[in-house]
Design a protein around this ligand. Structure first.
Ligand SMILES: NC(=O)c1ccc[n+]([C@@H]2O[C@H](COP(=O)([O-])OP(=O)(O)OC[C@H]3O[C@@H](n4cnc5c(N)ncnc54)[C@H](OP(=O)(O)O)[C@@H]3O)[C@@H](O)[C@H]2O)c1
Length: 268
């Protein structure tokens, strides 16, 4: 098979999970154009129909899929079905949920922890692997995983969220070592606060807040150039360097004294 450069290859088929969310909708809108197939996945039917309609109006051929990603096997079967019908040039695994333990809870809810681990970690790494298999046989492809700066920290009030994103980052770094030499470009996106329903639920400040539209533009630029990791906004890159100078006891003390709440708990 001839090797085709991923960077120069036209992205004819794009699959986006979380296409009903703040960042996913902005990505779907911007990727929609004549000659492109968009496979848009989400759970909320109303928002899924709305974004599908908008992307069709922009000339894309759209296949919306209502799916719950806590069922990893169903998600894997769905990806294979989409791949067989339309191929996969770019797969953006953006769906995710966040949750924060309230001060009156001793621990997070175990059922919620399981759902979060499936949606934020187990299903995306499964789908990324299946997508890479199909891309390896076509000789090129791009995959995006959306992590979080929360993955940099052991957050005591969001142990499941922060660890799911840390795990995703570890997977992305390892998979890049394996796949990049074979012309599969994986981009790990690590956002700070983005103005979407997810962060709007938080109580308290959202420093260095970025709009969902601006986040989508940064992600698309990173995908185009084949960047392995995109951390934004830049202030979090600086903090990441600065915090390496912190002694361990001070880091632990700061993490334990953080007080973050949310208006409502993550729904099913
Ligand atoms: N917003 C931020 O400040 C921020 C910061 C760092 C990282 N991130 C990450 O960015 C990604 C996108 O988040 P967002 O900010 O756009 O949040 P959002 O507006 O809340 O969107 C979340 C998306 O994930 C989907 N989703 C959640 N649970 C699902 C499930 N069980 N099955 C299928 N889909 C499910 C939602 O689908 P439905 O709405 O249809 O249920 C929605 O499309 C997430 O991975 C998030 O962790 C966000």
């Amino acid at each position: 098979m001839n090797k085709v450069s991923t960077s120069r290859h036209e992205l004819r088929s794009v699959l986006i999970t979380g296409a009903t969310g703040g960042i996913g909708m902005e990505l779907a809108k911007r990727y929609a154009k004549p000659g492109r197939v968009l496979m848009l996945w989400g759970r909320n039917k109303e928002r899924l129909d709305a974004i599908a309609k908008l992307c069709c109006a922009r000339g894309a051929e759209v296949f919306p899929r209502q799916i719950d990603l806590s069922n990893g096997e169903a998600a894997l079967a769905a990806l294979r079905e989409d791949q067989a019908r339309s191929g996969l040039d770019l797969v953006i695994l953006g769906a995710g949920l966040s949750d924060i333990k309230s001060p009156d809870q001793q621990t997070e809810d175990p059922a919620g922890v399981l759902r979060l681990a499936l949606v934020n970690y187990a299903t995306p790494v499964t789908l990324a692997t299946a997508a890479a298999q199909s891309m390896l046989s076509q000789g090129y492809g791009k995959i995006v995983l959306i992590g979080s700066v929360a993955g940099f920290y052991e957050l005591p009030f969001a142990a499941s969220y922060s660890s799911s994103k840390a795990g995703l980052a570890c997977f992305a770094h390892a998979a890049n070592l394996a796949w990049r030499p074979k012309n599969i470009q994986l981009t790990l996106v690590v956002p700070g606060f983005v103005d979407t329903p997810m962060s709007q639920r938080l109580e308290g400040p959202r420093p260095f807040l970025v709009s969902a539209g601006s986040a989508a533009c940064k992600i698309m630029k990173a995908v185009k150039s084949g960047q392995a990791e995109l951390i934004f906004p830049w202030q979090f890159r600086v903090m990441r360097i600065a915090e390496r100078l912190l002694p361990a006891f001070l880091r632990k003390h700061i993490l334990q004294s953080l007080d973050v709440g949310q208006k409502e708990h993550a729904g099913g």
